[in-house]
Design a protein around this ligand. Structure first.
Ligand SMILES: [Zn+2]
Length: 87
């Protein structure tokens, strides 16, 4: 995986080859109160994804792999370490 190498965006537009599956846990929709089972969504080329309620299509979470990684310091540190190895 070489995610994060194209964070400033644009050059890979529309290829689709960088999309990934993101798994999520079950959640209760804030809008219709129905329970969504755990599942997966596909990211776009930039690693962004939206989790929507399957019943009413309310947006439950809008995030990205980059944001997920930024929220996890250990991962970020690992990426920095790994990048230094390949530099
Ligand atoms: Zn809903």
């Amino acid at each position: 995986m070489s995610l994060g190498m194209y964070g400033d965006g644009g050059s890979m537009r529309g290829s689709g080859i960088y999309s990934q599956e993101v798994s999520y846990d079950e959640f209760d929709c804030y809008n219709c109160d129905k329970r969504n089972q755990e599942g997966e969504v596909s990211t776009d080329d930039w690693g962004r994804y939206i989790i929507e309620c399957e019943f009413c299509s309310a947006t439950y979470l809008e995030s990205s792999l980059d944001e997920d990684r930024a929220s996890d310091r250990e991962d970020a540190d690992y990426d920095a370490w790994r990048a230094s190895q390949f530099d």
